[in-house]
Design a protein around this ligand. Sequence first.
Ligand SMILES: [Zn+2]
Length: 308
Amino acid sequence: MVQTAIVTHSLSMRHDMGEFHPESPRRLDAINDRLIASGLMPYLLHYEADPVQRRHLERVHSPTHVENLLSVAPHHGIVHLDPDTAMNPYTVPAALGAAGAGTLAVDLVLKGQVQNAFCAVRPPGHHAEKERAMGFCFFNTVAVAALWALEYHGLERVAILDFDVHHGNGTENIFRDDPRVLFCSTFQHPFYPYQGAETISNHILNLPLQAGSDGAVFRQVLQQHCLPAFDAFAPQLVLISAGFDAHREDPLAELRLVESDFAWATQQMVHLAQRHCGGALVSTLEGGYNTNALGRCVTEHVRELAGL
Ligand SMILES: [Zn+2]
């Protein structure tokens, strides 16, 4: 068994985009309930994150983007940024807390206080671009974590696997010209956000999957393209944008993964991290909108991280 941290932020539950929005606080309740029922909780080390500091956020996002979000944040009610993405009074504090969870998790792992960490936070982040909030995302948590590791901790190579069913356009946008990051995204295509499949870059590895693809296809694509590239890159830290909306029960998308596929992908990343960087790995929650399936998937993900 290895020491695995679970990093949370209390305001993650207060960000709410409306009763019928799929990216709801109920997702974290489902994860929490399932982790408790699984018996895994006593084996995890629990940490509560502070909000990320503005100057660390601005390694990733322009001051204008940060300022714009702060200025449109409502004092009461809900403000829509686009048809899918809305803010209530707790959205900015929750998004700052999610990014803070990312930097805390990196600190814990790189200082050797834990082996690896899972950030059970929302809102998600991987669609948030340098200058733009979109697709339920405001600040890009995994990008904040990566740049924290590179620029504060002085690492030179960070690998990010994004297995959310949607392309991680925000993360690609932020690291397009930064070869210190090897970014690999598996995603349903064509599908929201309708980009990624055409990118040509030797450090942005986009792996589009047709609607209906199952775990066998997903595993083959990772094994053939992602894992060899990650091994050649020899990362000093492995990050995961852990979205679970490629699950066959997810209401938003049409891939057909099951719990064991996410467990397998997690195990591959754990082994990769063991081969290259003493097991240093940080995972952060992205999508996953069938709450039952999400709870089960996260439990299997965390079980693999903890080696239980
Ligand atoms: Zn997604």
